[in-house]
Design a binder for this molecule. Structure first.
Ligand code: ATP
Length: 242
């Protein structure tokens, strides 16, 4: 049964060694939404996505539910199988593999479904014509914007219900950032729910249905993207306006 509440984090705690980084955060993502988590460098945004992805352990009474099922302690591969995929910070594409090979890596958990993977590759190329033009080139020869597109496209090859994006704007020129966020909106329109973390609060809030503000490992505010964009405190602290 499809739940309106796709992802639900309750009381999520994460420690690195003896440093507590997330202090019991609560976040919800509903099916069909674009939700963003904004916050300064080091607030714990990447840690939140890694915690959901099963890449780092949670402590105390942390609970993460996806489609009403408990995924708190699942391994990363199992989380992908359930329908959550991550486009990591810094893109992390495979530099020596071609565009096509990078995309195939995104589908490795269903590599046996050759026909399905082929069809999805076609669909991804329709969405990212630049990648099709460069499909035989190695990842490292792509521009920064193209590498970011490849990272998103690779995550989509897992056929996720929830796509998580870690700082897709990093290191890209403003016009390229605009393109990337247009693509994110398109992906969402086609039916994929999106959870996005960003330091670029302005663009993230402008595409998001709802946003959370993470500060020192605590959620300190949540509202619609629209309201957060016009909130005076947010404008002063995160949008460089006062
Ligand atoms: P950034 O934009 O820099 O990635 P962020 O909000 O995503 O910021 P995190 O990367 O989640 O922040 O880091 C949160 C805190 O945890 C920071 O203080 C960081 O130094 C610390 N941290 C992150 N990874 C580790 C690790 N592997 N070991 C120890 N501390 C870590």
């Amino acid at each position: 049964r499809m739940s309106n509440n796709m992802l639900k984090l309750e009381n999520v705690f994460v420690n690195y060694a003896n440093i507590q980084v997330l202090h019991g955060i609560n976040i919800e993502v509903k099916a069909g939404e674009i939700v963003t988590i904004i916050g300064a460098n080091g607030a714990g945004k990447s840690t939140t996505l890694k915690a959901i992805s099963g890449l780092i352990p949670k402590t105390l009474n942390s609970s993460i539910k996806f489609l009403d099922e408990d995924i708190t302690s699942l391994q990363a591969e199992k989380v992908v199988e359930r329908g959550i995929s991550l486009s990591p910070e810094g893109r992390r594409i495979f530099p020596d593999l071609t565009v096509t090979e990078n995309l195939e890596m995104g589908a490795y958990l269903r590599a046996k479904d050759k026909e399905g993977v082929k069809n999805d590759m076609k669909e991804v190329f329709t969405m990212f014509p630049r990648l099709e033009e460069r499909k035989k080139q190695s990842g490292k020869t792509l521009s920064g914007g193209e590498q970011q597109m490849l990272a998103i496209a690779r995550a989509l090859m897992a056929k996720p219900k929830l796509l998580m994006l870690d700082e897709p704007s990093t290191g890209l020129a403003p016009l390229i950032v605009k393109d990337i966020f247009e693509i994110i909106k398109q992906v969402n329109k086609k039916g994929t729910t999106v959870l996005l973390v960003e330091q670029n609060a302005k663009i993230a809030l402008s595409v998001a249905d709802r946003g959370y503000v993470l500060k020192n490992g605590n959620i300190v505010m949540e509202d619609t993207g629209k309201n957060l964009l016009k909130n005076e405190l947010i404008r002063a602290a995160y949008l460089g306006e006062s």
